[in-house]
Design a binder for this molecule. Sequence first.
Ligand SMILES: Cc1ncc(CN)c(N)n1
Length: 219
Amino acid sequence: MCFTERVRRAADPIWQAYFTHPFVTGIGDGSLSVEKFRFFLLQDYLYLYDYAKVFALGLLKSGIPEEMRFFSSNVDAVLNGEMNTHRAYMKRLGISDGEAESVRMSLANRAYTNYMLSVGYSGGVPEVLAAILACSWSYAEIGERLAAAPGAAAHPFYGEWITGYAGGEYQATNRALIERMDAAAAGLSPARLDALEQVFLDCSRFEGQFWQMSWEMAE
Ligand SMILES: Cc1ncc(CN)c(N)n1
C-alpha cells in the first residue's frame, strides 16, 4: 500500500464526517445561508494566504530544481487560481479586497495555519507535503461528491464553488500533489512515516474544525 493510501484510510472516519457536515451538504443542496458562506469565504481567504506560504516553505526547503518549480507553480495556483474563485464571490457579495484583508483570523483558523506553518518550518519537503495534503485532497473529494448530485454544479450561487473544486484543473493539481507525497515518502524510515501520518491526521482534524467553525461562525 502506498503512503497516501495508508493515510487516506487512517483518516477515513474523520473525512466521512465532512461529507455529512451541514455546512458541506448545505453547499451541495443550496440550503446554506449566504451569511454563513460569507463568514467561511472571508476566513478561507485569509487561510489561503498562509496555505500558499506553506508551499513556499517547500520551495525553500528543496534543492531540486524540478521540485522547486512544482512548489512555485502551486503558490501561483493558490494565489492566482483558487483565490480567484474567492474574489469572484467577494465581488458578488460586495466585499472589497481591503475589507477581506482587515478581517481577524478566527481562533480555529489561526490554530490550523500556525500548525501547518510550524510543521513546514521545522520539517523538510515530506513534512511540507504532509501538512498540505489533507487540505488539497479533502476539497477535491468534497467537490467531486457535491458535483455528482444532480443540479448542484448548476446552482446559481454555490455552483461556482462546486465546479471550482470538482473541475479538471483543481483535480489535476491535487493528483500531482498525491503523487509527489508518495515519491517523497518512498524510502523514509517507519518512524518518520508515522510522524508524517500524524501530521496528515492532525490536518484532517483541523479541516473538520474549520467546517464546524464556519457553521457556527465562531470567531
Ligand atoms: C480550510 C481549507 N482547506 C482546504 C482548502 C482547499 N485548498 C481550502 N480552500 N480551505
